[in-house]
Design a protein around this ligand. Structure first.
Ligand code: ATP
Ligand code: MG
Length: 301
């Protein structure tokens, strides 16, 4: 899969302060790439630079489709940055017709299909000033998806959307990526949500990329299991004997890296050695752990 977007050493200063420092990463065809970081990390600023809303910055943004470097183009990009602004005195259909018309042909059927897909069919005639936050977000998504862009840039798209709507959007993004090779850059604060949809996740802190997490790794044989024990010393001795990697220790909780098929053997060893443990579970949400490790963990997500 080729790269469709290359972010190369992007820097941005507001007044005297750098809010982005040498940010580089690639986005591949058919890939869903997450962008996470504490409030103020620079996610929205970076997305505004990528879509061309901020023109003055250091570094480069390259779009490469069909192996050719091409210019930024509305038909190539669909985006939703922060809560979208629509004309409040127009209804949903009129807004979509107006904004999608700016970037090319407007297809009435396509607009209606999209409005129905995002669950706004029954609200089409309502003026946007009467919309709730979630309804405005849904309309923003409809606009981003119109005209079949090759790249989607979505800044906290599910903010304010109910769980049913979130699942629908998640499934749709996966379908677009898998079946139509659409590339998606998506930011958000709900890590469990980002984890469900993304192939890789870029972690940003104070304008710098601190880590790029490959979510596919989670499907490899190694898993992380958490054990709760009040016999930590004995537990640690056994781990040492068995050469098992310790991921984290906090109070009575110890996280270890094991292949799933070795878990039963290790539990049997614990029982044979008479080492107490009260619970064991697979730690699924390790994006959260990586985020906390990578950002220092003392700030808002
Ligand atoms: N127009 C602006 N003028 C001056 N400073 C700005 C401007 N826009 C953003 N900033 C600053 O740039 C930094 C990054 O802001 P940005 O909105 O990109 O963060 P974010 O990661 O999207 O945060 P959040 O999670 O809260 O949405 C912040 O320190 C912010 O105060
Ligand atoms: Mg933001």
């Amino acid at each position: 899969m080729g790269d469709v977007l290359k972010v190369v050493n992007v820097n941005k200063k507001f007044d005297k302060d750098y809010v982005l420092r040498n940010v580089s990463f690639d986005l591949k065809e058919g890939e869903i790439l997450g962008l996470v970081g504490p409030n103020g990390a620079g996610k929205t600023t970076l997305m505004r630079i990528i879509v061309g809303l901020i023109k003055k910055h250091g570094g480069d943004i390259f779009f490469c489709v069909d192996k050719n470097k091409i210019k930024r183009d509305e038909k190539l990009l669909g985006c939703m940055i922060e809560t979208p602004k629509f004309y409040s005195y127009m209804n949903a259909y009129q807004n979509l017709k107006f904004f999608s018309g700016l970037s090319g042909k407007v297809d009435r059927k396509e607009i209606n299909n999209m409005l129905s897909f995002v669950g706004l069919s029954s609200e089409v005639k309502k003026k946007v000033k009467k919309y709730s936050l979630g309804m405005k977000q849904r309309l923003g998504m409809a606009l981003a998806f119109l005209n079949h862009p090759k790249i989607l840039i979505l800044d906290e798209p599910t903010n304010g959307i109910d769980p049913d709507g979130i699942k629908k959007i998640r499934d749709y993004l996966k379908k677009l990526a898998e079946q139509e090779d659409v590339a998606v850059l998506i930011s958000g604060h709900i890590l469990a949500e980002i984890e469900k949809v993304c192939d890789r996740v870029v972690i940003l802190k104070k304008g710098k990329v601190t880590e790029v997490v490959d979510m596919q790794e989670k499907n490899f044989d190694d898993k992380i299991f958490a054990f709760e024990t009040d016999e930590m010393d004995e537990f640690m001795d056994l781990l040492k004997q068995k050469n098992i990697v310790i991921e984290d220790i906090k109070n009575n909780l110890i996280k270890v890296r094991l292949q799933k098929e070795n878990l039963m053997r290790f539990i049997k060893d614990l029982v044979l050695k008479d080492i107490n443990f009260y619970s064991v579970y697979e730690v699924k949400n390790d994006l959260e752990q990586k985020f906390l490790n990578s950002t220092g963990g003392d700030e808002n997500v």
